[in-house]
Design a protein around this ligand. Structure first.
Ligand code: SF4
Ligand code: SF4
Length: 427
């Protein structure tokens, strides 16, 4: 994917933006600027985490996903529901009701992403035996993978070269459907039912090409709710289902739990993930076997495109998993065999903002940025339209901002001019 055009799901609806700077202060990548009363995104740094979508009080930041009608571009249409979808319906007693409701929206078939998660778990267990990278870092959350590509490229060799569950689901769903119905793969469209913009972005940046689109959970929640009381379809009854362990991936820690290793770490929330990655980069967590980072708090149930409150959804998933475990006699599920065909090329770094291609010039610009930063108050107030004093210094050196964008510098300048005026009138 990495040398291809990167698609971004998160966009600004400029008309709605009032330039309040709320998003600028919370963006974990410091990639929002507010100039002339409007926000803009430096897409070279954006990881589509959706923090700004969640917090903009004016709904000016939006996550673009595919409308449900997109599925009808394909003769055969498969829904790939994230396990998070099950957590949206408080009274659901079986995933079969949700899967049947998806068929009623016009899908020809469904393939649980939780089932693919079981395969990823099995493959990851094997990888832990053969790879020496420690900690091995999960490739499941695309916002975390993008974060590593942009900000922690030294850690890229630690990222597991395994397709994410949604990509494995797309691959297997198409292969199985093509075989069973004797139709060409090109006629089959696989659509992920997504909790977050990062997954939409990764699908349309085309890392694997196994998934053709992403539909936001919140966009089809109402349609699905109205269908949940319908009897379970015979087709769904006969399907192979995911284990409770795969469904448990909806909440953070689910992936680590599926590995059955003691020395693993799960961290949720993008700011916490950044802190943990800094620790890994500094060699402070070298004894760790596996690291699972989720950009959203609580894991995928906390995604910005879900309908249900993250805590309630977490509880619903937990109850569902408990029920499934009881039905299984509380035994660990028999995982499918690991698969070599879901291994991928290693992740490459992304091209990000550079000061200059000329090293000497870049060093001199860096020195200028350091000097300028020292002249600011260090309050990181954001009033200048850059998220921190240092980013303002960078913006000035790159020619995107002026020193007087800083309110304190402006005040100094005005006071200086006032003094000069007084001096002139006294002549
Ligand atoms: S939060 Fe950001 S996008 Fe929303 S209105 Fe304020 S500056 Fe504009
Ligand atoms: S999606 Fe995340 S990284 Fe991108 S601009 Fe919004 S808060 Fe920043």
């Amino acid at each position: 994917m990495d040398k291809k055009q990167i698609y971004h799901s998160v966009k600004l609806e400029k008309d709605k933006c009032v330039g309040c700077t709320t998003c600028l202060k919370r963006c974990p990548m410091e990639c929002i600027r507010v100039r002339n009363g409007k926000a803009s995104i430096l897409y070279e740094l954006c990881i589509d985490c959706g923090v700004c979508v969640r917090i903009c009080p004016h709904n000016a930041k939006v996550a673009q996903t595919d409308p449900i009608n997109e599925i009808f571009r394909y003769k055969h249409r498969i829904a790939l529901p994230a396990p998070t979808l099950y957590g949206q319906f408080r009274n659901v007693t079986s995933v079969d009701h949700v899967l049947s409701a998806l068929l009623s929206l016009g899908f020809s078939d469904v393939f649980e992403v939780a089932r693919a998660a079981d395969i990823v778990s099995a493959t990851m267990r094997e990888l832990l035996k053969t790879t020496t990278a420690r900690p091995l870092i999960s490739s499941a959350c695309p916002a975390v993978v993008a974060l590593i590509q942009v900000r922690f490229p030294e850690l890229l060799p630690n990222v597991a070269n395994v397709l994410s569950p949604k990509e494995v689901a797309g691959k297997m769903a198409k292969e199985e459907y093509s075989r069973e119905h004797n139709v060409p793969i090109e006629e089959i469209g696989a659509f992920f039912i997504t909790p977050c913009p990062a997954k939409m972005a990764s699908i349309h940046s085309g890392r694997s090409g196994y998934v053709d689109g992403a539909i936001a959970i919140q966009d089809i929640y109402g349609l699905l709710s109205s269908q949940l009381r319908q009897p379970v379809s015979e087709k769904i009854r006969k399907k192979r289902h995911a284990s409770w362990q795969g469904v448990n991936w909806a909440t953070y820690g689910g992936e680590c739990a599926s590995l059955h290793r003691s020395n693993t770490l799960s961290v949720d929330g993008i700011h916490n993930v950044i802190y943990a990655l800094e620790e890994i980069e500094n060699g402070k967590l070298d004894d760790l076997e596996f690291f699972e980072g989720s950009a959203c708090e609580g894991g995928c149930v906390g995604g910005p495109l879900v309908f249900e409150n993250a805590f309630v959804a977490q509880n619903t998933v937990r109850k569902l998993v408990e029920r499934m475990r009881e039905e299984d006699g509380d035994l660990p599920p028999a995982l499918p065999a690991p698969r070599d065909d879901i291994l991928t090329d290693p992740c490459a770094p992304r091209d990000t903002l550079k000061l200059s291609d000329n090293i000497a010039e870049a060093i001199s610009m860096m020195e200028r940025i350091d000097e300028l930063t020292k002249t600011f108050k260090g309050l990181d107030c954001g009033s200048c339209g850059s998220p921190t004093c240092r980013t303002l210094a960078e913006d000035i050196v790159l020619g995107y901002a002026k020193e007087v964008d800083c309110v304190f510098k402006l005040k100094e300048k005005v006071e200086q001019l006032a003094r000069q005026m007084v001096d002139l009138t006294n002549l």
